[in-house]
Ligand binder design. Structure first.
Ligand code: ATP
Ligand code: MG
Length: 179
């Protein structure tokens, strides 16, 4: 058990360094319309969702909302969330992506919710889903949400498990609103 613990710590350190290395300098960020970013990501996965009998719902906000992000990293996060949602809905279901703006101490924030009707995060995992190598799936590596967390934090945002239960799960992303 001690050796396994040490090896896991070493793996965790390696992953941290790889992810640190992969961190995009803010010079690679640019200003994007959130609706466009989300739309461009949904196109990539639309066919897979349809094949899995998952209905996708996304209503672009009435007013344009902008964020300062690395597009590839933002898409990686959203794709991870959509895949997790898909993997939680073996019999099909629906995924809604909702966008809003909220006031916050540090200024205004964009809030993006990814809402699924899947089986929910197993209660014993819920407090640890952002840890590396934690997976509830036999074939999962457990890196999707750990990477998503780092990407959001490096964008001065955050990702949280907003709610989960047998009726479904909502993952919430927050990003600073770009001027
Ligand atoms: N929308 C969701 N509904 C139910 N469970 C979820 C959801 N999102 C995450 N989980 C749970 O959290 C675990 C960790 O997710 P994460 O994306 O970090 O890893 P993974 O999907 O198992 O593997 P990887 O993303 O590396 O292929 C999942 O294995 C699953 O048990
Ligand atoms: Mg995943």
């Amino acid at each position: 058990m001690r050796v396994i613990g040490e090896k896991l710590d070493q793996l965790e350190a390696i992953v941290s360094r790889v992810l640190q290395f992969a961190k995009a300098p803010s010079s690679m960020h640019s200003r994007w319309n959130v609706a466009e970013l989300i739309g461009d990501t949904l196109v990539l996965i639309r066919l897979k969702l349809a094949q899995s009998k998952i209905r996708l719902e996304f209503q672009p906000p009435a007013q344009p909302i902008h964020v300062d992000v690395h597009k590839g990293q933002f898409q990686q996060v959203l794709l991870n969330l959509l895949l997790n949602a898909t993997q939680a809905m073996d019999q099909g279901g629906s995924i809604a992506v909702r966008v809003g703006v909220e006031s916050h101490e540090g200024g205004r924030q964009v809030v993006i919710d990814v809402v699924d009707t899947g089986r929910g995060v197993p209660p014993e995992l819920a407090a640890h889903i952002f840890d590396s190598f934690l997976s509830g799936r036999a074939d999962g590596t457990g890196l999707g949400l750990a990477i998503a967390k780092r990407i959001l934090l490096s964008h001065h945002g955050d990702i949280t498990l907003h709610s989960t239960g047998p009726g479904g799960t909502t993952m919430r992303l927050r990003l600073p609103l770009a001027p």
